[in-house]
Ligand binder design. Structure first.
Ligand code: UD1
Length: 419
């Protein structure tokens, strides 16, 4: 298995191009099931999760053409198989996003239950309850969701008791083809949701309330072809902002958008990092010391849970203490023992961690059990004295395109060691 070696201590300078967003690409690809297409997505990132989603759609019977050079994915045709198998859903939870579109278009679907994952139990009850409200009948047998809506789905008023990105996406896609009007109350407001709605509208869907927590969808009988550009990855941008900050560098995040970063910008500024809009993206620099800054994860526009581990790495070398509270996932501090192996001073209890900054981290062999935890170890490695080896790189390849090449191009001493 590949590993990444980092020799820390260099500050980063230059331009880091930001790729298309993984978390936008996956639901956008699932929308291809709603029409015969073709649906062409541009600015598509070259990531393992995108390959997994392409495989899932292909096994449903769609034609998937991916041009990595041109960064496009084109999907077309009708589904001939309505089952999403365990092997693919287990690999990537976002596979459950095919449920809404399959039910809405074909009146039935058989989708494996995703099960737990490293960062928590992550149930899909909100997705299932909302689809039931739209007239679907659900049964769980042999680990699979067996869903049926023989007469098609009907519009409904869905009030989510809790904000869920995935459930909002599944219901938005289903509602686009349901009979009548749907109202989604307490909808997630993440930029990826607005991007999904924008793409659906290009395909002919009728949606109001983009960017708000109340989406109104007027179902249409069919959807058509579209070409849609995927938004830049705000989490990749936030991660590289932390890379510039932790090394005391100055980078331009090419294509990144300030309005997509939500509270991350304010928190970075509070911590002593300069973030400003510039020609072609966002300029991030850190000239003075880092300050310990408290943060609590929240749904957008709050501080993203997907940025928690990276911000913690930054706080490990800040002056003073920072309290980091995770409110979205119950088991998302797995990077703590690994950061501690690099000399960080962190205590955690329940959902909160106290980070007491140290002047220097020291390089060490480390490994992580999820995507954002892995990249936090890379950030720590960039600032640490000596050599850090990050194992289990496959987590990184799920969500970061050529992480070592992008960082090396701005001056980091980093390389991939083929395993
Ligand atoms: C998406 C993102 C993930 C991000 C997360 C929160 C993708 C592919 N993944 O995941 O990177 O960390 O949003 O911003 O876009 N929940 C339930 N029942 C449900 C659904 C969710 O209890 O039916 C809970 C979850 O366990 C979690 C919280 O709601 O505690 C938020 O989860 P959700 O927003 O659904 O996350 P995902 O869509 O899985």
């Amino acid at each position: 298995m590949d590993r990444i070696r980092i020799r820390g201590g260099r500050s980063l300078t230059g331009i880091i191009p930001i790729s298309g967003a993984k978390n936008a690409a996956l639901p956008l690809m699932a929308t291809a099931l709603l029409s015969d297409g073709p649906l062409t997505l541009t600015n598509a990132p070259d990531l393992a999760d995108v390959t997994t989603m392409s495989g899932l759609l292909a096994q449903h019977g769609l034609r998937v053409e991916r041009d990595k050079q041109a960064r496009t994915i084109t999907m077309s045709g009708a589904a001939t198989n309505l089952e999403a198998p365990y092997d693919l859903v287990r690999k990537m939870r976002a596979s459950v996003l095919v449920l809404g579109p399959l039910l809405a278009r074909y009146g039935q679907a058989r989708v494996s239950l995703p099960g737990g994952c490293a960062i928590g139990t992550r149930p899909v009850d909100l997705h299932l309850k909302a689809l039931e409200q739209m007239g679907a009948e659900m049964e769980i047998t042999a680990g699979y969701i067996e869903a049926r809506a023989p007469g098609g789905l009907k519009g409904a008023r869905i009030i989510f008791p809790q904000v869920s990105v995935g459930a909002t996406e599944n219901i938005l896609m289903a509602a686009a083809l349901a009979k009548g009007t749907s109202e989604i109350v307490n909808a997630a407001r993440e930029p990826e949701i607005s991007d999904l709605a924008a793409c659906l509208m290009r395909m002919g869907a009728r949606i109001e309330g983009l960017g708000t927590d109340r989406l109104v969808v007027e179902g249409v009988p069919s959807l058509g072809a579209a070409v849609h550009p995927i938004i830049p990855d705000r989490i990749e941008a936030g991660t590289y902002a932390c890379a510039a900050a932790i090394t005391g560098g100055q980078v331009l995040l090419g294509g990144a958008r300030l309005d997509h970063l939500g509270a991350v910008v304010r928190i970075l500024r509070d911590a002593g990092v300069d973030v400003a809009e510039a020609d072609g993206g966002l300029k991030v620099s850190r000239l003075n010391g880092l300050r310990g800054t408290d943060v609590m994860t929240e749904p957008f526009p709050g501080f993203a849970t997907d940025m928690q581990a990276q911000f913690m790495a930054l706080m490990c070398v800040a002056e003073g203490a920072a309290m980091i509270t995770e409110t979205i996932f119950e088991n998302r501090f797995m990077h703590v023992p690994e950061l501690s192996r690099m000399g960080a001073r962190i205590n955690f209890h329940g959902a909160s961690a106290i980070v007491r900054g140290v002047p220097k981290l020291s390089g060490a062999p480390v490994m992580a059990t999820d995507l954002r935890a892995s990249v936090s170890l890379i950030l720590a490695g960039l600032a640490a004295e000596g050599e850090t080896i990050v194992n289990r790189v496959y987590h990184l390849d799920r969500g970061y395109e050529r992480v070592e090449a992008k960082l090396a191009a701005v001056g980091a001493d980093i390389e991939r060691l083929p395993g």
